[in-house]
Design a protein around this ligand. Structure first.
Ligand SMILES: Nc1ncnc2c1ncn2[C@@H]1O[C@H](COP(=O)(O)OP(=O)(O)OP(=O)(O)O)[C@@H](O)[C@H]1O
Length: 319
């Protein structure tokens, strides 16, 4: 199966439906090559991918900032092209950095953003949002007077100002310290409790592991994998141990059949794949079995599978 043909079964309650989405920039570069994806209402979805994979392009199209070359996107049932305003008002976008409003107060900037979406003034809603983000005490502070962490919270408050159903977070913890990262993660979980669907982009596996219900991996403009987080993490937890043998083997002896082994380097290396998170990895038993089989090794090395390996594996599989 080619990555561009990747399809998941249709979700019963999808808040976003992306179908065959492609983007070719004016330079001729194909940033998206037919992405099909459904985001379920109320989930936290992490979009992972290396630099230049197409994450920002995908989000920008869904948010109406970039025009697609082909394909369709519906947000809460509204087509992003034909019914742009309604689709856009269902979305809150949290950018990476705050660029304006430095002299405005926290309360005013959030109220103003609400107005931009044509929503009537609702000081009670703004208060509730600021309280939920621990910003209420800072409501009369100017934004430039806030710490970096508080500024990030203001970005979220602004994105929530018009009561969107879906919140996009673009690299929410890029360049933030560990404490603030934990803080952001808690915040996102709390948002989900309120029924908001959250889609975040990240380079950090750890972030996806902590927060996401499902993970999508995008590479070279193609969605190469969409999986429940737990299933993906078990793949990421796999490790390899390679034994460099003193004497090359023609084949793996039958006494070692019970182990997940692969013979490489012309029979000179034996690689064992195991689950690093399992209570029993089987390494000790394997070493005993090797000794019993009279196989001795001169060196060994271990390797943790990374997101990169998963990409490589997926690309190979689908080539
Ligand atoms: N306006 C543009 N014109 C031409 N090419 C573009 C344009 N915007 C993005 N690209 C190219 O499209 C590809 C995907 O870019 P995109 O910003 O979507 O990637 P990304 O996954 O968000 O990367 P990062 O993690 O670095 O933010 C890149 O190769 C980029 O150079």
């Amino acid at each position: 199966m080619r990555p561009s043909e990747f399809r998941e079964s249709s979700a019963p309650d999808a808040v976003i439906r992306i179908d065959g989405l492609a983007k070719r920039y004016a330079t001729g570069f194909e940033a998206l090559k037919g992405v099909t994806l459904e985001i379920r209402r109320g989930e936290i979805f992490a979009l992972l991918g290396p630099n230049g994979a197409g994450k920002t392009t995908l989000i920008s199209i869904v948010c109406g900032l970039v025009n697609p070359s082909a394909g369709t996107v519906a947000v809460d049932g509204h087509d992003i092209v034909r019914d742009y305003r309604r689709a856009r008002s269902a979305i809150g976008l949290v950018p990476q950095e705050l660029t304006t409003d430095a002299f405005e107060t926290v309360f005013d900037t959030v109220s103003f953003t609400r107005g931009l979406f044509g929503k009537p003034k609702d000081p009670a809603y703004v208060e509730k949002t600021l309280r939920s983000l621990s910003l209420w005490d800072k409501r009369d502070n100017k934004i430039r007077e806030l710490s970096g962490g508080m500024k990030r919270r203001v970005l979220i408050a602004k994105a929530l100002a018009h009561e969107p159903q879906v919140l996009f977070l673009d690299e929410p913890t890029a360049g933030v310290d560990v404490a603030l990262r934990q803080d952001m993660w808690n915040l996102v979980r709390e948002l989900r409790e309120t029924g908001v669907t959250v889609i975040l982009t990240t380079h950090y596996i750890e972030e996806a592991e902590e927060m996401a219900d499902r993970v999508g991996v995008i590479n070279h403009g193609e969605l190469v994998l969409v999986e429940e987080k737990t299933a993906l993490m078990s793949k990421l937890g796999r490790k390899e141990i390679t034994f460099h043998l003193r004497e090359p083997l023609a084949s793996v002896p039958p006494s070692l059949d019970g182990f997940d082994l692969a013979l490489g380097e012309g029979g000179g290396a034996l690689t064992y794949t195991y689950d690093a998170k399992a209570a029993r990895t089987g390494i000790n038993t394997l070493i005993e079995a090797l000794r019993e089989a009279g196989i001795s090794f001169s060196d060994l090395e271990t390797k943790q599978s990374s997101l990169e390996d998963i990409f490589v594996g997926l690309v190979k599989e689908q080539a």
